[in-house]
Design a protein around this ligand. Sequence first.
Ligand code: PLP
Length: 392
Amino acid sequence: MYSKDKFKLGSERSAIRELFEYGKRQARIVGAENVFDFSLGNPSVPAPKKVNATIKKLLKKYSSTELHGYTSAQGSIELRTAISNDLNSRFDANSTPDEFYISCGAAAALCSVFGALRTSSKTEIIAFAPYFPEYKVFVEGSGAKFKTCELDEKDFQFNFEALEKLINENTAGVIVNSPNNPSGVVYSKESLEKLSAFLEKKSKEFGHPIYIISDEPYRELVYDNIEVPFVPSIYANTIVCYSYSKSLSLPGERIGYVYVPGVCEDSKEIYAAVAGSARSLGYVCAPSLLQRVVTECVSEKPDLSVYDKNRRLLYEGLSQMGYSCVHPDGAFYLLVKSPKGDGNEFSNIAKEKNILVVSGESFGCKDYVRISYCVDTKVIQRALPYFKELIK
Ligand code: PLP
C-alpha cells in the first residue's frame, strides 16, 4: 500500500523538469551546443567570491564536529542576528533575531508557512497568476486549498476584480512573489498599497487576519535601479519567505528563512506554528555549514551584469522580431506571448528546433511561454535566429 497522491507527485515531473531532462537527452543526440535550454532557473553567475573564501576559511577554523554539528532547530543565533541587522539597516525593519526561522531554501520556508496557516480542510491560500507552479504542490501538501487569481494582462499587477470574487472567510493568506517568476515583473508600491488596503478591509469583514506570504527569492535580482518595495513595511500582516538560492547563486545548498515580523497579528503564535510545521515536515536545522557561510556573506550581492545583458538582448531582440514580451524588471525570466496564441503549441514547435521554453500553462498564463535567461550569453546570441524562424 502506498499513497496514490504522493505516487502521482513523485512519478510525474513538473513541465519545467520534464523539458530540462529532455534537453539533456537531446544534447547526447545532437550535441550540447545545438540545444538551447531555457527551461530551468538555475543561476548561471557564480556565487560571490566571498562565499567560497568563507567556506575555505571555516574548514580551517573549526573542527569537523563543530562545523557539521546540529544548530538550534530555528537556526543559529549568529545567522538570525546577521539577517536581522541586514534587514534593519536596509529597510528599517526593526526586526529581532527571534523573528527568523532558518529554512532549507524558500521551498521549505513556504511549506512551513502554509502548514502554520492551515487551520482546517477549508483553509484557502490564493496566488496571483502568473505564479510559481510549485505553490500548488506546497499548499495542497499542507492540507489547504490552492486558489488562483486570474491574470491581469494589462500590466501584470494584481487583479482586484478577480480577487474580490475569490476571497472569502476561509482565505488565510495571499501569496505575493516579486520580482515575479515567471513574468519578471516587480509589483509597484502603489499596487502593494492597494492590496494592503483591500486585505485590511477583508480581514475586518471576515474577523481574522489575511496574511500576505511574500515569497522573495529574487528580491536582489532587479535592474535599472527599480525599487522592490519591502512588503512588511506596507502591510503589517506579512510573512516573508526568503532564499539565498538566487541572490548568492546557491540553489543546491538549500538555505533561506521565514521572517515573522513582530508587528504581525499573533506573531509569536505564528512563529511557533511555523516552527511546529517545519518540525512536522522534518525541516529542522538548515545545513550548518551554510548557516555559517551566510552569516558572513549576508550582505553580499550577485553580479547582475550578465543577467542584465541577457535580459536586454532577449527582450530587445524578440520585440524587434514582433514577439510580444512582458518587460522584465527583475528575476531572470522573460514571459513571451505565443504567436500561436497557445503556450503549449509554441513550446512544442520550438522544441523541434531544440529551443526549450516552458509553456505558461502551469504558471497560470497558458498563452505565454517562459524563457529563463540565466544562461551563457552565447546561447541567446545563437538562439535568436531560430526565434526569428519560429515567428515566421
Ligand atoms: N519561489 C519561487 C518564485 C521560485 O522561483 C523558487 C525556485 O525557483 C522557489 C520559491 C524555491 O526556491 P528554493 O530553491 O530556495 O527552495
